[in-house]
Every structure is written in structure tokens, then in C-alpha cells.
Design a protein. Structure first.
Ligand SMILES: *Cc1c(COP(=O)(O)O)cnc(C)c1O
Length: 224
């Protein structure tokens, strides 16, 4: 069988990511066939941004795939992914965190989560400010929830060609991670993830301390 374009692109991307940085292959809007090509080329971690699509793909694709939810999550939909999701990148409110904890408990799981931080200057993006994050810990919210495990932070830079701005936003996401690590997760080996960087900006993100990049279009091609 000849090697397809998806596995070729995947090898290229993997070759450009240093050891220690994890690749989440963003498979939103991709067919099962496309996902299977990447899976057969060795990729086992996939990211989706919509719950319904995630559920359908989980049901029909190999069970050793790790599914990450990377997009905004509505509280009433947590129950659909709580049984199987491997990492939720997009925890952006206290209420959502509460619901995830509740659902995880129900399924006897501890669900790994990232706290989404808001640094961009676009009102379309979700996430906590630094002050809100500190308050989450100072109010003992994080400490109280036993069925979620906070593994780090996730963030997105502003959609702009201004590289200096993107770089400074990534720096800021990384510095918020370092702050939380130093104050609240010093002895916690699980708090080790900085999810930042997509197809257009992952090189910058890695330079600024990303440990997990979320890449879709560079591997699958862009779909509109
Ligand atoms: C779609 C998406 C990505 C991947 O973007 P590409 O430009 O296709 O690499 C990463 N993160 C989130 C939250 C996304 O919605």
C-alpha cells in the first residue's frame, strides 16, 4: 500500500516537534478514514471540539485512541464524554469544573483537565484571567474537587500576523502555568502540561514553552 498524504504530513510535523512536546492531532470535521490513516501511521491522540462528533468517533474508531476535548464545552454535554474522555483542555468556568467533577464521580473516574487561560485580545475566546485562576485556588475550589485532576493550562493566541504579539501571548500563558506550578502544584508531577500552538503558530509556541501542540490543518489539509 502506498503511503498517503496524511501519514506523510504527520511524519513531517512529528519531525519538527522536539521530544517532550506532545502532539494532539485535531480531527474535527475529518472522516473516520482520514483518522484511521493517521492512527495506522502511529498517532493515537486526537482532539475534537464538538461533543456530538467526539461521541460518534469514539463509538466507531479503535478503543485505544485517546480523545481530547479541545473546544468550548457546555455543561449539559459533559455527561456524554465523561465516561471516556482522556483530557479536557477547555475548562473555562467554575460551574463547568463543578459539573465535570460531578460527572466524573458518577462514572468512578478522575478526569484530567486543563484550565483555559484567556490572554488574547479577542472577545471570542474563552478562559480564566490570571486573577480568576488565583482565586480558584485561594477559594480552595481546585483542592475540593477529587474527581478532576488539573494537569496544567491551555491557551490560544490572538489570530493575527503579528508574530511579536503572538509570542508575547504565549509567554504569558507559560508564565501563568509557572506561577500556578510554583504556588499550588510544586510537588505535583501531574501538573506538567502547557497546551498551546496550532498549525499556524506551533513553532513559536514551542519556543515559548509549550508542552502540547494541537494541530489539524497541517496534517489533514484545510477544509472550509
Ligand atoms: C481547530 C483547532 C485547532 C487546530 O487548528 P489548525 O489550525 O487546524 O491546526 C487547535 N485548537 C483548537 C481549540 C481548535 O479548535
Amino acid at each position: 500500500m502506498s503511503q498517503g498524504i496524511i501519514s506523510e504530513n504527520l511524519q513531517k510535523i512529528k519531525g519538527s516537534i522536539p521530544e517532550g512536546v506532545n502532539l494532539v492531532l485535531v480531527s474535527k470535521r475529518q472522516t473516520n478514514e482520514a483518522i484511521l490513516e493517521a492512527y495506522e501511521a502511529g498517532q493515537s491522540v486526537f482532539g475534537e471540539n464538538r461533543v456530538q462528533e467526539l461521541e460518534l468517533k469514539y463509538a466507531s474508531l479503535p478503543k485505544d485512541i485517546e480523545w481530547h476535548l479541545i473546544g468550548h464545552l457546555q455543561r449539559n454535554k459533559v455527561k456524554y464524554i465523561a465516561p471516556f474522555v482522556s483530557l479536557i483542555h477547555s475548562v473555562d468556568t467554575r460551574k463547568l469544573l463543578h459539573t465535570i467533577n460531578e460527572q466524573a464521580e458518577k462514572y468512578g473516574r478522575v478526569i484530567p483537565c486543563l484550565l483555559q487561560v484567556y490572554v488574547a485580545d479577542e472577545s471570542t475566546k474563552f478562559g480564566f484571567s490570571e486573577e480568576e485562576l488565583l482565586a480558584l485556588y485561594e477559594d480552595s475550589i481546585i483542592q475540593a474537587y477529587k474527581s478532576v485532576r488539573i494537569c496544567g493550562v491551555m491557551g490560544m493566541a490572538t489570530f493575527t500576523d503579528d508574530q511579536a504579539q503572538v509570542r508575547s501571548e504565549f509567554k504569558r500563558i507559560r508564565s501563568i502555568f509557572d506561577l500556578l506550578k510554583a504556588h499550588f502544584h510544586r510537588e505535583d508531577p501531574c501538573f506538567n502540561t502547557v497546551s498551546m500552538g496550532m498549525s499556524g503558530d506551533y513553532t513559536l509556541a514551542i519556543e515559548e514553552g509549550s508542552t502540547m501542540v494541537r494541530i489539524g490543518s497541517s496534517v489533514f489539509g484545510s477544509k472550509h
